[in-house]
Design a protein around this ligand. Structure first.
Ligand SMILES: [Zn+2]
Ligand SMILES: [Zn+2]
Length: 111
């Protein structure tokens, strides 16, 4: 129990340090923020500050997304796409299978 609390405490201190680091530097490429040349942007998904080159504006969300979170979103979309495709394959197999089975069942076993 004490160990768990200690672990939680150390985790928080690490996070706060990271947060302080993130106040001044991009969480993705570690480039320091400058007022005009490299302004920081807050990522919608991970809530970290990222630099101009590491984020893109999402028109749908009307917010900034860092490259990592954008990739994460693509991966999720791809996953959905793949599972839909797999479901389609299974459906095609199911649709193909019954006639073959039915013919072999009725005719093939007549020996
Ligand atoms: Zn960056
Ligand atoms: Zn992010």
């Amino acid at each position: 129990m004490k160990q768990e609390l200690a672990e939680e405490g150390s985790r928080c201190s690490i996070l706060s340090k990271q947060h302080r680091f993130n106040e001044h530097c991009c969480i993705r490429c570690c480039a320091p923020f400058t007022f005009l040349l490299n302004p920081k942007r807050l990522c919608l998904d991970c809530q970290y500050n990222v630099c101009k080159t590491c984020c893109t504006y999402s028109k749908r969300d009307k917010a900034w997304l860092c490259s990592a979170c954008q990739k994460g979103r693509w991966a999720k979309q791809l996953e959905v796409f793949e599972t839909e495709n797999k479901a389609l394959d299974i459906m095609v197999e199911v649709l193909k299978a019954p006639p073959q089975d039915a013919s072999s069942m009725s005719k093939g076993k007549g020996r």
